[in-house]
Design a protein around this ligand. Sequence first.
Ligand SMILES: Nc1ncnc2c1ncn2[C@@H]1O[C@H](COP(=O)(O)OP(=O)(O)OP(=O)(O)O)[C@@H](O)[C@H]1O
Length: 517
Amino acid sequence: MAALDGRGGVPQGDADIGLHERQAAPVLQLRQVRKAFGGAQALAGVDFTLLPGEVHALVGMNGAGKSTLVELICGAFTPDAGDIVIDGQHRSALTPRRAHAAGVSIVHQKRTLVNGLTVAENILLGRLPARGGRIRWKQAHREAARALDGLGIEVATEAVAGSLGPAEQTLVEIAREVHLGGRVLILDEPTASLGGRDAQTIHRLVRTLRDRGTAIVYISHHLDEVLDLADRVTVMRDGHVAAVARAAEIDLPALINAMVGDRLVHDRPGRNRSAGEAVLELTGLAGGRLHPFDLTVRAGEVVAVLGPAGDGQSELFRLLTGLRRAKSGHLTVNGAKVAPGDVGAGLAAGLRCVTGDRLSYGLVPVLSVDENLALVRRGRLRPWLVRWRRLHAEGRQARERYGVTTLHADPPVASLSGGNQQKVLLSAWLDGEPAACLLEEPTNGVDVAAKAEIHHIVDGLAERGTAVLLGSSDVDEVLRLADRVVVVRSGRIVADSPIEKVTRDDLVTLTAGGDQS
Ligand SMILES: Nc1ncnc2c1ncn2[C@@H]1O[C@H](COP(=O)(O)OP(=O)(O)OP(=O)(O)O)[C@@H](O)[C@H]1O
């Protein structure tokens, strides 16, 4: 393939930039940037060029260095060596404030709007127009509406941010950054955990921005969308640039190959399981937007709950994990009655919950990986005595089983790459033989190899008899893992079907709120 030439099939520097693109001066250039954390090399001499009006995707396995690279561009980290050039100017002492002033903005995967404030307040946060000590609300709404309308975003400026769906929140965040003068926009996994139609809404905005000349760095583990959306792709591997290619000239297998190198991606589809006795039973569960809800998951069965974003699917998981108080109903696990949200009783009955928001509810970021793993096992340890050697030995085994890659022996979870955090979360909660488990977006932020591995782990759980309730916005994941799919709309079950009876198109339509054909 022409696009992947050069050293070991790898083009370097600007060699891949065509004549047309060379005429446009790069808005951003990184030359041989290096960054180490405590002696371990996260970036080992990286070149990167970003042109105005291009979508430049940044892909790579978990821990490859993508986030570290963009944090350098945003001034959050200082490079140990190398050059950062923005608009032709060398930036040796970039800080977040200076990067922002130079037009560099980032929208993180974890949404940052203030939930209790309106869209207008969020867009103009810290800069609300005022005169004589009074905020000029009409003017504020007009200005915010202009910021949204200019990008074709249909969200009311009076809406409270917390009431918006995840895609709308991302749109508002992007609009805010563009309104603040962002010309280099870094989007860190903006479509992670978004369903088809929501992802397309984000893609439309990205294309609009590109057409207006914004330079976009787009980080994603969804490789199909990368090939569809990006103009160029930079593949990172182990802190190096493994390849730079035009998206039009690279196909999926070549992209995966550039990412994983000689590592293997095991996709082992095919189910070898049959549903047994009822294990997880939800009876009359209601609360929030969810109307009384009955559902049974049998031993060895994977039931996916699917619905339009922001509808009953996430509500169900909130009720089950106690993040939202249930108005009525209960669940049983192997016949043992558990009040919704009673985490202790759920654990005792063999129920494990893998949350979709790992840093808020699943892990303690300041503790180390092994400490996090031990917290979940703590029922099996003597609580008054920490046996550190055993804690690390068990931690190491779990990390190896789940392929958690770290630069240091047992770092704080906060310092791990997003995908590795997800693997720690899964290894903490899925180890052992749970009777039932709730899996919410289990492959959120993980790379292509880890995703295949996690799917294999879920297969294994089901084959050994665990009842699995899966919430995933990724229809391919649902098709790959589920035996049954339950569709929730406006808080009610509107369809319950064996997976063989639905097509991919059905699932895409159902997630978007349409009717099953
Ligand atoms: N503040 C930090 N302290 C220590 N190590 C860090 C820190 N930030 C990143 N690292 C390490 O640097 C390496 C690169 O991480 P980075 O987050 O850049 O990867 P990534 O490509 O973005 O991965 P992912 O796809 O999982 O988000 C990882 O091994 C990570 O643990």
